[in-house]
Write a protein that binds this ligand. Sequence first.
Ligand SMILES: NC(=O)C1=CN([C@@H]2O[C@H](COP(=O)(O)OP(=O)(O)OC[C@H]3O[C@@H](n4cnc5c(N)ncnc54)[C@H](OP(=O)(O)O)[C@@H]3O)[C@@H](O)[C@H]2O)C=CC1
Ligand SMILES: Cc1cn([C@H]2C[C@H](O)[C@@H](COP(=O)(O)OP(=O)(O)O[C@H]3O[C@@H](C)C(=O)[C@@H](O)[C@H]3O)O2)c(=O)[nH]c1=O
Length: 298
Amino acid sequence: MRLMLTGARGQVGWELARSLLPLGEVLALDRAACDLSRPEALAARVAELAPDVIVNAAAYTAVDKAESEEALATRINGEAVGELARLARARGALLVHYSTDYVFDGSKSTPYLENDAVAPLNAYGRGKLAGEQAIAASGCDHLIFRTTWVYAARGGNFVRTMLRLGAEREALRVVADQIGAPTWARNIADATAQIVAQAMRERCEGRFESGLYNLAGGGETNWCEFARTIFDEASRVLPAWQRKVTTVEAIGSGDYPTPARRPLNSRLDQRRLVERFGVALPDWRVALVRCLEELGER
Ligand SMILES: NC(=O)C1=CN([C@@H]2O[C@H](COP(=O)(O)OP(=O)(O)OC[C@H]3O[C@@H](n4cnc5c(N)ncnc54)[C@H](OP(=O)(O)O)[C@@H]3O)[C@@H](O)[C@H]2O)C=CC1
Ligand SMILES: Cc1cn([C@H]2C[C@H](O)[C@@H](COP(=O)(O)OP(=O)(O)O[C@H]3O[C@@H](C)C(=O)[C@@H](O)[C@H]3O)O2)c(=O)[nH]c1=O
């Protein structure tokens, strides 16, 4: 099986390059090798690589910057995704794609189901929603995984930001009114590999059905509790990390103004994924410790 992977240097893409290996030949492409800001160039790339599966881990993920670069964010997260979907459809390939909790406005009081009404609060969320909709409209065989609050031992993410700030400052202020589930990129990649293997078997047997699935870490927290847990666990498992921070003040979103609005409720209900594929990601605290341990080993 030939698997074309975009965004291979991102958090999820980096992990996928390893997790997908048992499935076949992984054609891992970074931004230079496959630039989604030029959707018109994708057809030649796909024709050249002749993939059976296209896994799109590339995305414009700078949430605040997207407010002033919405056209670019939407070209990458919306138009290019639509083009990948049309190319997948034309050659009969399976398209695997990732989306976000930021397609919701966060006003629901319980975890979001896949078919709840979408209403993005920011430009990044609008672009990601355009990508989801373009895939559905294309008619290609697809799996879309909506995930949340992704972190990894490498790349830009909240865990690495907190480790840096916590070693520099004595006091931090972190929002406590946005709730969700941190998700380790390794867990996303391993789950993706398991699900793609099953999906390809189902396609061979003519019983595959495309779908949209929530795929996030187990349990729930808020950013402030997440930050405090990062500091406590890092003090325990990362001997080289010098903790300076003593106070993490819980604040409201209104006290931490950002260009992009973020949903207060980012929780995604995991039942559909469990029922269809028997996959449930580990609790966020367990995964965080595993990721920190890995950071300590590097
Ligand atoms: N990060 C998060 O918290 C969440 C992410 N998601 C989704 O999960 C998926 C994976 O995200 P994640 O791995 O965390 O994101 P990262 O930001 O870690 O990685 C994104 C990758 O996309 C690449 N990229 C950016 N622009 C382009 C472009 N024009 N053409 C090709 N590649 C490009 C980046 O390249 P370069 O390395 O050169 O910058 C980077 O390697 C995305 O679809 C994202 O929207 C969903 C919910 C939460
Ligand atoms: C650094 C910092 C952030 N915050 C807040 C800002 C924000 O509400 C929250 C998280 O900050 P971030 O900038 O990491 O969040 P953000 O970039 O919005 O993270 C999002 O990325 C995109 C790609 C997604 O799809 C989402 O699921 C989500 O993970 O913490 C503080 O309150 N204090 C701080 O010192």
